[in-house]
Structure formats: C-alpha cells, structure tokens
Design a binder for this molecule. Structure first.
Ligand SMILES: [Zn+2]
Length: 278
C-alpha cells in the first residue's frame, strides 16, 4: 500500500505534468471510485477545470482547481495515477480517464478498487472526508521534531510501531516505513512508547525524517506486486534499501549478527533485528 514517500513521488510527478493542465473529456467507469459523491459529480467537477496546485497531506493527494474545488485522490491498496500520451488504449481497471488540454491523458487505475477520487468545493472537503481533518503532522509539510515525538510517546503504553501507524500523531507512515524507521532508530517496534529515553526519542525523530526523505529521493518502494508506480509508470527503488521489511529469517545487514524476526503488532506483520533493536 502506498505510503507517504510513494504518494509524494506521485505528487511531484503531478506537479510536473498536471499542474496548469485542463481536464477536457472525462469518463468515470466504476461507481465505487466516486462512492462518497457520484460519477456525475466527479465528471462535472473535473470537466473544464484547470489544476493550479498539487498538494498532499499524509497519504491524501489534494489537487486545487481553478474552480475553487479540490480533487482528493487516495490510492489505498492498489491505486495508480498515470499521465501518458493517450496514444494507446487505456489499461484495464482505468476507472477515471480524462483527456487534458495539451493532448496528454490522466488515468486513475485501480485493480482492487479500494482507492477513490473525490471532487468537491473546498468548503465541503472536510465534511466529505473528515479523516483529513484528523491527520497529525506531516513529516515533509509540517516537519517532525523531538517535541512532537515526545508528545506522541508521553504516558503511552502503546507500542512504538502502533503509534507510528496512528495517522493522528504523524501522518503518512504505514507498515513498511514504520518497520524501517524503528530499525534505523535501533528501537524494537513492540517497545512501549513511554519507556523510551530522551536519547531514544531523539533517534526516533531523526529516523522518521531520514527514512522518509531517503525514500522520497528514491521514488518510494515498489514491491513484488509492482502495483505502485510513479505518474510516468516507473517503479521506485527504495525497496533495495529495505533493511528489515519482508526480510524475515535473513541476516541483519546493519549489525551482521542478528536474524530478522517477524511478529504481529496490531495484526500487521512487523520486522526487526533482535540484536540492534532494543
Ligand atoms: Zn541488526
């Protein structure tokens, strides 16, 4: 599932190839993609509108239109936003297809259809998508500092990974990056947050910033299912730098001694090195 670095890579791609463009002919395939509004509203809201800004909060893409409306795109499990030259037939599972005024084409492709596209006046976005208002700090937009991490951990018995996954503290971190962040910080993901020393909280703060920034620089992580790609169809390469995620049973590349273990935290497979994470 795309997390902050993947969605940020898509956002940057849209900034390059969608901002300034106008949606012309718009077709919406499945009802489910527009489930919070309707296919008609989605089609009408996009048609003739020009994109003026491409923003993001956590895993939510927010495109500002010149009509005072906002387009929210959430990729969820398998959504992709593709901008191509429109020369070939749209791929299967293209639920939103729009020709743009420069001859290129916008596609929202989603084989599993958990993703969605909502277009609504800015004033209605908070009502239609209340979870955006509940998002915590975005590591790239707002920054994450020691103070924020200390507040997140204070008096909390919850496990560190569980807090990292909770979008109301820090927005955009999912299963892959929570594991990689804990490893980079040398902290076991199941450690109760309130037991972290100030030195550990410092390391956790630095790890959040470093891991996210590095992953964005490498275009995010594309796993074996290949579902995540940038707007140009290119996969990310941060998966080559994963140190613990999905490496169960392999030797730890950081310490060379530990063997990566997998445990369940909040029903999510969680990977760590028992030697270098305490
Ligand atoms: Zn290790």
């Amino acid at each position: 599932m795309p997390e902050l670095p993947e969605v940020e890579t898509v956002r940057r791609g849209l900034e390059r190839s969608l901002v300034g463009r106008r949606f012309d002919e718009v077709a919406v395939g499945r009802d489910r993609v527009a489930r919070r509004t309707s296919r008609q509203e989605l089609r009408d809201g996009l048609t003739g509108a020009r994109v003026v800004e491409a923003n993001r909060r956590g895993k939510y893409l927010l495109l500002e239109l010149d009509t005072d409306a906002v387009v929210m795109v959430h990729l969820r499990m398998s959504g992709q936003v593709i901008i191509d030259d429109g020369a070939s037939e749209a791929p299967r599972h293209s639920h939103v297809t729009a020709l743009l005024d420069d001859g290129s084409r916008f596609l929202f492709v989603d084989p599993r259809t958990f993703g969605e596209v909502v277009v609504a006046p800015r004033s209605r976005i908070d009502v239609l998508i209340p979870e955006i208002g509940r998002l915590g700090r975005d590591p790239l937009v707002d920054g994450v500092d020691m103070k924020a991490v200390t507040e997140m951990c204070r008096n909390r018995r919850r496990r560190v990974k569980s807090l990292l996954l909770d979008q109301s503290h820090i927005a955009g971190i999912g299963n892959i990056y929570a594991d990689e962040i804990c490893h980079s910080a040398g902290i076991r993901p199941d450690r109760p947050a309130e037991t972290l020393s100030s030195r550990s909280r410092r390391r956790l703060t630095d790890a959040i910033v470093d891991v996210i920034e590095q992953a964005v620089e490498l275009g995010g992580s594309t796993l074996a299912d290949s579902q995540y790609v940038g707007v140009d169809g290119q996969p990310g390469t941060f998966q080559e730098r994963h140190r613990v995620y999905a490496r169960t049973g392999q030797r730890c590349v950081s310490c060379g001694r530990g063997v990566i273990r997998r445990i369940l935290i909040d029903q999510r497979g969680s990977h760590f090195c028992p030697v270098c994470q305490r």
